[in-house]
Ligand binder design. Structure first.
Ligand SMILES: C[S@@+](CC[C@H](N)C(=O)[O-])C[C@H]1O[C@@H](n2cnc3c(N)ncnc32)[C@H](O)[C@@H]1O
Length: 265
């Protein structure tokens, strides 16, 4: 299965993500964070980049901000579009790579929510995306995205992990009404800073027997803060705020989720 092929998961993404994050404090409040950001900086237009199935895009629309959305995956765009239409919104949602998309308008606010930026697996791709997004921003336009800090504790745990060392993550009911169990395994390469994950989906029948199994690879790159500061300088952004979470926590010390708010210079 292709790394960025979300065709397989697009239909069920919301169902299992809600289950996955329902008890995770560091995820709570993400929609409010992006709504607040869009309200503060979006008077000249908002784009949700790597919008997925529209968790942020639709939340913005429901709160009166009609943004554009784009995602590499056509399947994710399709699901986001269907959800938008079912709620009575006709949004401009288009498939594109954040490293090269062009819109016919400039935006005062760009959002890459919930780790979309981490799908760029090399500094070169990160640089290409930041430069390209800058081209799509109006003068002084704002961008927010998040990164994970490489963390010695998790590195030590994940460095020797084999790609079959699965742990159970959750059980949920898929769109067809079937129970599915999800397992994952993540290993970490400190030289590339890439987390390589395998996500295994088991579909169960009514008696709990496994009737189907599919494995989906997922890679994300962690970024040192010092590295990101230089990359932002190199690509023409000024850092306005850096938070340690969606409640605008300080990130003076270690923070798993580092949220960057940067302005086009
Ligand atoms: C973790 S999901 C987050 C989706 C959404 N922002 C949310 O909060 O639910 C990451 C998304 O990034 C998209 N993506 C990955 N690489 C991309 C790229 N180079 N350009 C645009 N989108 C990309 C994937 O297709 C996926 O939908």
């Amino acid at each position: 299965m292709d790394l960025h092929d979300f065709e397989d998961v697009a239909e069920n993404y919301d169902l299992y993500l809600n289950e996955m994050y329902k008890d995770e404090d560091n995820h709570a409040g993400f929609q409010e964070f992006y709504l607040d950001f869009a309200r503060q900086y979006g008077s000249g237009g908002v784009i949700d980049i790597a919008c997925g199935t529209g968790a942020v895009l639709l939340y913005l629309a429901e709160h009166g901000i009609i943004a554009d959305g784009t995602d590499l995956s056509e399947a994710m765009c399709r699901v986001a579009d269907e959800k938008a239409k079912s709620k009575g919104f006709n949004l401009n949602i288009f498939p594109a790579n954040m490293t090269e998309f062009r819109s016919d308008k400039k935006y005062s606010c760009a959002i890459i929510a919930r780790s979309g930026f981490m799908h760029l697996l090399t500094p070169e791709l990160q640089r290409a995306a930041l430069l390209n997004i800058r081209e799509n921003l109006s003068d002084g336009g704002m961008l927010t995205f998040n990164t994970f800090d490489p963390h010695p504790h998790f590195q030590a745990q994940q460095i020797d992990t084999k790609d079959t060392d699965y742990s159970f993550r959750l059980e949920y009911t898929n769109k067809k009404g079937q129970r599915e169990k999800i397992y994952n395994v993540i290993s970490y390469d400190p030289y590339t800073q890439i987390m390589s994950g395998n996500w295994k989906f088991e579909t169960l029948d009514d008696s709990g027997n496994v009737v189907d199994e599919r494995i989906r690879p997922l890679k994300m790159r962690q970024t040192y803060r010092q590295e990101m500061k230089y990359l932002l300088e190199l690509t023409g952004y000024e850092i306005v705020n850096v938070y340690g979470g969606y409640h605008k926590e300080s990130c003076a010390g270690p923070a798993n989720n580092v949220i960057w708010c940067v302005r086009k210079k």
